[in-house]
Design a protein around this ligand. Sequence first.
Ligand code: AMP
Length: 398
Amino acid sequence: MNKVTVKDLDLQNKKVLVRCDFNVPLDEDGNITDDNRIKSSLPTINYLLDNGAAVILMSHLGRPKGRPSKEFSLKPVAERLSLLLDKKVIFQDCDKVVDSEVKNAAAKLNSGDVMLLQNTRFREEETKNSGNFAKDLASLGHIFVNDAFGTAHRAHSSNVGICEHLPSALGFLVEKEIKVMGSALKDPTRPLTAILGGAKVSDKIAVIENLLNIADNVLIGGGMMYTFLKAKGYNIGNSLLEEDKISLAKELIDKAASKDVNLLLPLDSVVAKEFKNDTEFFTRSSDKIPQGYMGLDIGKETIEIFSNLVKKSKTIIWNGPLGVFEMDNFAKGTNSIAEAIASNEDAISIIGGGDSAAAVEKAGLADKITHISTGGGASLEFLEGKILPGIEAVSNKE
Ligand code: AMP
């Protein structure tokens, strides 16, 4: 990688602005229900502090739509971070994120101090990467570090715009994300098996296309499998279907064949009368889904075939649940594949963020996975082979 990283920096007595991903889930009372994202930022923050820097942290939280809003304040994050770092975190509760008071406070920071700015999305310019916001942020420090992988696929003021005004570097978290996923795509230990699920084919087309150039096996599940099954001429009953994507699914099946990639569609499906947990359901061969029923999970035979392939793989990439895993009766496919991946401890296993990461964490298997990405959308775009603007903008090594 030719990007500057925090290890390349001289940090003594520098004020370092760090873009983190503190977009944590909150309950109705504003309590943080999962602080994984805050914990993931600690290695970079601690490294900067240990090497003589003062740290100014910034992040977005939720979608306040360019206006200040109490509901989306980063105050709870400041409190949790202070506990995790065992250190005072100076929280700048400023509606404009940066004003003259914040500038004065930043100027007074000493080596070892930690400051957190208010939600960057309180400013309209943030998501538009426009106006003076990036310049305002940059005026607070000497160096910019991007450690927010979750927003790396977006060109915003606090990750891309700011790079025009300051020397920049990648934090440990972003560096790890692109190292693990980058080498799996560029130079994978084979066989490489990709498992793709989720609701819609349209969201996953670009990933499937890219992985067909790289993977040995591509296993398809989730709601999107039915568009593929339809493309093969099967009767899919009331299962999820994207009519306008049938011909594309056909093309992807043909592309896999021409590239000698083993594209596997489920042999059997768990079908249900209605889209709810408490309804009549049974398993049917995928080409015989009865009229009036919908496929909500991969069946037993498919679980076995997919699991065996996963267990024989040396690199595994998983993005998207294989069934409606939020409902217990249709979670077996997703949970079984999570278990198969976790049991293959010799393989490099990579899980895109979002639902598949949630499934692995819920099953208590997270520590058996090589890498769980902290960015759902960003990891998807990375797996599509796209260059992420938040990474592209960071300074290159001389
Ligand atoms: P995505 O956000 O595209 O990764 O899709 C995740 C969603 O796909 C989850 O909420 C699942 O419940 C849903 N899903 C998975 N399998 C099916 C299915 N067979 N039918 C309908 N929805 C599904």
